[in-house]
Design a protein around this ligand. Structure first.
Ligand code: SAH
Length: 252
């Protein structure tokens, strides 16, 4: 059975078996664990995931054609594949689960925000990203690429830049470079209780990243907070824990 490759859905399928095995090997497995694959596509990594022992697997795939293909090619996937848009999906499991996928690059920010939304339930995520996005998410203060998603993801997860994946490992080869990240849930180490408020603060701070925080946060924070000398800095100079300090003061 053949299928078409849809550029609009970011379909760059892995064709390199060693690479598929290497990606699956990054997953921390435990008996009875729940695992969500985002965008299984033609099943390049799916076939290895389905072989894992004692795992409750589910997949979310938006493309009807690939859902039909997967069900035909891997009969054991029946009942485990949800034909849905990941960005609109509800958490597919109760309790904790891990996430894996060679993600569609056009919605990688949306997927990261989804992982953030599901964070109380996500123990680990292994994902393929466009290299620039991966570097950005894993970067720290002072770096030019440090931004909203670096702070937000690192506030909840340990972020590891695992390895790069050559273009020729994909069909068709993407025009951009690729890299795999691992997110390990740190169980809300900073005790952020109002995630929405934290996200809003970080987004607003970076919205005008060349301005001082005092200017960027003028409309959001009360005047006494704006007097703090830290407000002379720019968002990209603040560490994750600096942001948490601001958030706690804001929340109080
Ligand atoms: N995992 C496969 C395919 C990766 S390509 C492999 O490595 O070969 C990305 C996959 O994500 C495609 O199958 C595409 O159809 C799917 N996809 C794209 N947008 C999606 C969305 N909004 N929700 C769910 N799946 C999506």
């Amino acid at each position: 059975m053949q299928y078409t490759l849809k550029k609009s859905l970011g379909q760059h399928f892995l064709n390199d078996e060693n690479m598929c095995v290497k990606i699956v090997a990054q997953l921390t497995t435990s008996p009875g664990m729940q695992l969500l694959e985002i965008g299984p596509g033609g099943g390049a990594i799916t076939k290895y995931l389905l072989e894992l022992n004692d795992i409750h697997y589910k997949a979310i795939e938006i493309d009807t054609e690939k859902v039909a293909y997967l069900q035909k090619t891997y009969p054991s996937i029946k009942g485990k594949i949800l034909e849905q848009d990941i960005l609109k999906a509800a958490a597919p499991f109760q309790g904790t689960f891990s996430v894996i996928g060679n993600f569609p690059y056009n919605i990688s920010s949306g997927i990261l925000f989804k992982i953030l939304e599901w964070e109380p339930q996500v123990s680990e995520a292994i994902g393929m990203f466009q290299k620039e996005v991966a570097l950005r998410v894993a970067s720290g203060p002072g770096s030019k690429v440090y931004g909203i998603l670096s702070v937000l993801m690192q506030a909840f997860f340990k972020v590891e830049y695992l390895f790069e994946v050559h273009e020729k490992c994909f069909t068709p080869p993407p025009k951009v470079k690729s890299a795999v990240l691992r997110f390990t849930n740190m169980n809300n180490p900073y005790e952020i209780n109002d995630k929405k408020k934290f996200i809003n603060l970080v987004k607003t701070a970076f919205n005008q990243r060349r301005k001082t925080l005092r200017n960027a946060l003028k409309g959001l924070l009360p005047a006494p907070m704006l007097a703090n000398p830290i407000m002379d800095k720019r968002a990209e100079q603040l560490s994750v824990s600096d942001f948490v300090t601001l958030y706690k003061e804001f929340e109080a």
